[in-house]
Design a protein around this ligand. Sequence first.
Ligand code: FE2
Length: 280
Amino acid sequence: MQPGGILFFPQTPVPLPAADLQFLLGQQQTGSRLHKNIAYKPDRDQLSGVDKKSATPADLEQLHSVMRRYSASVDSFLAGFLAPYQMRWRLDYASFRPLEEEGRDLPVHRRNDLLHTDAFPTRPTRGWRILRFFHNIHPTRTRDWVVGDPFAKVVHVFAPGKLATPKPDTPVTRTAKSVAQSTGLAGLVPQWKRTPYDEFMMQLHNAMKEDAAFQSSCAREQIEFVPGSSWMVYTETVPHAVLGGQYALEQTFLVDPAAMVTPESAPISILEKMAGARLA
Ligand SMILES: [Fe+2]
């Protein structure tokens, strides 16, 4: 993949079984402020974000099976399609997005319609790339995105200036981390596992969404993903926003930046160059 690009499949290479597709199109979530989407966690074989008040146990079981199958089929497709990366990624969460994106009422940091690069508040990647595979399963509606200038350009709009240049670990945070590791608490204290890289990426995500002047003046390219299409993109590198569309599936992979053909284009490399130090 080219850095800053989207790899588009006019027809998805990972079609769903007809029964799974029909089942997903019959789902509607309520309470959109609480849950952006339904998540499937392959490592724990666990489903979250489901509106349990309106779902029967049979529905929940079927949704779980559909998501488990979807996650496994994307994983197996990419193992072949991205053979050079194999064994150098971690299968992260899959998601099902049943809500219409246009006009959603969400707090600013969770809004999808504002241009942003991805960072996960509770899942630090420590410099690993966020590769996401999407599928517009709506039978007739396009999924409408806007993409902006790539990370290497946009980061300089914000740092240094609006955001401080990322800094390496201070002795204090290093101590906190080593205490957490030596006492076996590291897994229980996620914030201690965040690296300076993760801190900066989260700040950048928030700063982009909060900055009305940036949102109105930045480069914006509109893309309409047709029904039945798929696309793959490094979402921590390609600023993106979702303006409209309903019913999408997505599977996330965390890819080792050292597995890249051009590791120097990974955000961790760009930020470490700016900082003059290691950040993860
Ligand atoms: Fe995003």
